[in-house]
Each structure stands twice: as structure tokens, then as C-alpha cells.
Write a protein that binds this ligand. Structure first.
Ligand code: FES
Length: 62
């Protein structure tokens, strides 16, 4: 499902960005381009980021 329509960023791409080390909205914006135009996707992108971070921290239990 698309999160950012301006830059065609999907939830899957956000999860991949998190797997590659993104942990803030700034990282996400740099890596995927999400939220770099109109900003409407911000709240949803943040939600997917949080969920992915929680999921990845429980898989790589440190
Ligand atoms: S929908 Fe993401 S910047 Fe516009």
C-alpha cells in the first residue's frame, strides 16, 4: 500500500529502509523520498516507521 503518493513510496519500501538502518523520519526522507514534497504522508509514514522499528527490534533482540 502506498504511503507517499508524491514520491510513490510504499509501506514495503519504508520497512526496507528501516532494515537498512533508518530510524527517524529524516532518515526515511533521505532514503525513500517520503514526505519530501507536500508532507501529507507524514503521519502515516511515521506510523509505519514506528511499527517497523518495533518489529525489527523484536526480531534482532539486542
Ligand atoms: S504524499 Fe508524501 S510528500 Fe506528498
Amino acid at each position: 500500500m502506498y504511503v507517499c503518493l508524491c514520491r510513490n513510496v510504499t509501506e514495503q519500501q519504508i520497512r526496507q529502509a528501516v532494515n537498512q538502518g533508518a530510524c527517524t523520519m529524516r532518515d526515511l526522507c533521505t532514503q525513500t523520498g517520503a514526505c519530501s514534497r507536500c508532507g501529507k504522508c507524514g503521519p502515516h509514514a511515521r506510523e509505519v516507521l514506528q511499527t517497523s522499528l518495533e518489529a525489527s527490534s523484536s526480531t534482532h533482540s539486542r
